[in-house]
Design a binder for this molecule. Sequence first.
Ligand code: AMP
Ligand code: GLY
Length: 419
Amino acid sequence: MKTLVVGTGGREHALALALSLDPAVTEVHAAPGNPGIAAVATLHDVDPMSGPAVAELAVSLGADLVVVGPEAPLVAGVADVVRERGIAVFGPSGAAAQLEGSKAFSKDVMAVAGVPTARSFTCDTEAEVEAAFDELGAPYVVKDDALAAGKGVVVTRDRDEALAHARACGRVVVEEFLDGPEVSLFAICDGTTAYALQPAQDFKRIFDGGRGPNTGGMGSYTPLTWAQPDLASVVLDQVVHPTLAEMNRRGTPFVGCLYVGLALTAAGPRVIEFNVRFGDPDIQPVLAVLDSPLGVLLAAAAGGRLADVPAPEFRGGAAVTVVLASAGYPESSSKGDVITGVEAAGETADVIHAGTAVVDGSLVTAGGRVLAVRALGADVASARAAAYAAADHISFDGLQRRTDIASEPLGVVEGASLR
Ligand code: AMP
Ligand code: GLY
């Protein structure tokens, strides 16, 4: 099977690496990829946002499966263009990607499908926002309706701050505050059937203890030893299958990864958000412990025949990913700082590239999140120790990393809370 991964980040590196380990996969290509992905795939300098360019590349390669990684090309309909050329794609249509592209759309689907989530109001005017605040009370949760690369959400007790965010956004979703640890659950969907991957936890804030602004994710781990053992099947029943049924009813079946961001509240799991692709870095440790061939699984989903392949299996043990970010992140990022120690780190861990470039023969920073170091262990504590020991080899000017990824008490630090 010839595969093409679309995107440039850590998620795409982790996917390309896992595909390269699947015996059924004969070739891995990436458009455009990054210097880390170059070690496991052939890179093609193609714009991931251009459906025709990606489709042309897929046709010329004779690709059997295209995996579109990030949300922006999915919302832009890149998967549709590739599918029209008769090539199987893992990733939703532009219409189905509205589950991530519009918070109001996803809340509407959840309401109709009876999915447990925060009560919410979609607001177009300041008066509507004020009324929603009055109804729901503090803490206030205000979400930009549109894609905002993780920066569209403000959670605060300060009503003026909440109102100012709403004013800056235009259309917003105001919702009830959900209290409880956050979990990432990835469902592989073929339009009607779904398999859940092992749940993971993502550390979203920039600083230790879950303080500071939200980021794209500073680290992650699996398994969640503290979560209810039937969490994945509960979420398939209560969230994923009703959502797939509603998307079918609307004539826009969902094929790809439905990423369910959950808060485990006292009343049970509640959906914080849907994304229409794998989360990064949350998916990285999950792929490290996946025992089933990834290419076979994604191709079956893309072909609408997921029920024909076995449910994914996971080896015992744990995996931990620690993100290394550049100076200024998440407000800004720095470019061109020389990175050292990647080879030494790679002897005991996977070094996953997110924002790197090769300039004059040197590996340099080229983004906010630069690298992720991923290690396995018999349990979370030993995987964590291995990830940090490997990460200690790597340096560049301004390097930022959290020191408490996957540390005790698990599940408590990263709650949906006010910081
Ligand atoms: P989102 O982009 O919807 O995932 O929101 C970003 C972050 O804001 C989440 O990871 C949560 O930490 C927080 N958040 C979003 N919605 C809520 C909510 N209803 N209650 C509490 N925290 C929330
Ligand atoms: N790690 C969160 C995300 O990918 O959106």
